[in-house]
Design a protein around this ligand. Sequence first.
Ligand SMILES: Cc1cc2nc3c(=O)[nH]c(=O)nc-3n(C[C@H](O)[C@H](O)[C@H](O)COP(=O)(O)O)c2cc1C
Length: 197
Amino acid sequence: MTLALDAAAQDLLFREARTANTFSDEPVGDEQIQAIYELVKFGPTAFNQQPLRIVLVRSDDARARLVQHMSEGNQAKTSGAPLVAILAADNEFHEELPTQLPHFPQAKDMFFSERSVREASATLNGALQAAYFIVGVRAAGLAAGPMTGYDAAGINKEFFADGEHSVLAVVNIGKPGEDAWFPRSPRLAYDEVVTTV
Ligand SMILES: Cc1cc2nc3c(=O)[nH]c(=O)nc-3n(C[C@H](O)[C@H](O)[C@H](O)COP(=O)(O)O)c2cc1C
């Protein structure tokens, strides 16, 4: 009763949503990913910087180039998912900042002239956007399988030869297949997480 979101949507996004480890053959279309993006693009980022970039891995060649960099335990599911997305942070997001932040275009030079500062900000804000994306996948009635078990340097070299992007996660996307779930692991209780000062 306390939440504004209806109970069915709460279940879809969180309570009944699970991390899928196998997938059915049902394809995931570009229009579904576009609908997800058009929703989750409204999630907030610092200075409205929006550093997330998404590479949809559709060709067999690209899939093979990705799978070779996944850890052994992630290779089968990355090969079998109907669609795989590489989520990356654009460490040069500041170039577009005056467009994204028209009321404060000076922010680009005031805050983001140093690469190390940009990288830290892009990592944090790109990870936030990755989380919005995962929830968006669930909102589309699909299951997500996010993974960070991979050779990040290998993926960066393979897919982002410009040296300006850093992979944040690889996400398998689709309808769950047989035996898709590991047992649900316990979540921390409210009192273990929340303190009031
Ligand atoms: C950022 C991130 C990285 C993850 N990396 C892997 C991975 O490399 N391999 C894997 O099998 N699961 C990976 N997982 C899946 C988590 O173990 C899973 O989401 C978590 O245990 C919750 O599972 P549930 O949604 O079924 O409750 C990852 C999840 C996240 C969010």
